[in-house]
Design a protein around this ligand. Structure first.
Ligand SMILES: C[S@@+](CC[C@H](N)C(=O)[O-])C[C@H]1O[C@@H](n2cnc3c(N)ncnc32)[C@H](O)[C@@H]1O
Ligand SMILES: [Zn+2]
Length: 168
């Protein structure tokens, strides 16, 4: 597989492998388009490297769709204060999915790329992003009050205050 232009997979201080930049990107730049294979949530596959692609209407009875990333983008780690965001598009007629990462700020050579995985509460995992605004767990901020079990104890103090405020 050819390396994606301007990116390199390395061992990451955040987790396992990560992706760093080999050149500078400016805020708003599209950094990379990711390739992948579309699966349904009903399929038996390892979704560790998958992006949520399409959430159907609740009453449609259709399954959620996921894009299993097959290139270097599969190694981009999560951060609670990320330097990119990922956008996805899904065309139900052609069944073609596209995912692309956009720089949220200027990114210098050698910086690790990150985006906010925004996991739903049941999928939350401990976070090692190390940012000042780390939530303690990888979770969608809007679902942080729904986290249960040991992950709830990992939520950082400032977000605990948010839990208490929400509890009334
Ligand atoms: C798409 S993979 C990212 C590549 C991963 N670093 C690897 O080497 O396989 C997603 C998984 O990486 C881990 N990961 C990513 N970001 C993380 C973070 N900020 N803190 C802890 N683990 C993280 C989690 O286990 C997550 O389910
Ligand atoms: Zn974090």
């Amino acid at each position: 597989m050819p390396a994606l232009d301007g990116l390199k997979v390395v061992r990451s201080p955040i987790h396992g492998y990560g992706v760093i930049t080999l050149r500078r990107f400016a805020a708003g730049d599209i950094i990379v388009y990711g390739d992948g294979v579309v699966y349904s949530e009903d399929d038996d596959f390892d979704d560790t490297y998958a992006l949520l692609l399409h959430i159907p209407d609740e009453d449609s009875g259709e399954p959620q769709l996921l894009l299993d990333l097959t290139d270097q983008t599969r190694w981009i780690n999560h951060a609670c204060d990320p330097n990119t965001e990922v956008d996805v598009s899904w065309d139900p007629d052609t069944r073609i999915a596209t995912a692309w990462w956009v720089a949220l700020r200027d990114i210098e050579v050698g910086e690790e790329l990150t985006y906010d995985y925004a996991f739903s509460a049941p999928l939350a995992e401990p976070c090692a992003c190390g940012s000042d605004s780390c939530r303690g767990i990888i979770v969608d901020l809007d679902e942080i009050d729904q986290v249960t079990g040991p992950n709830r104890d990992l939520i950082r103090p400032r977000f605990r205050r948010r839990l208490r405020r929400r509890a009334g």
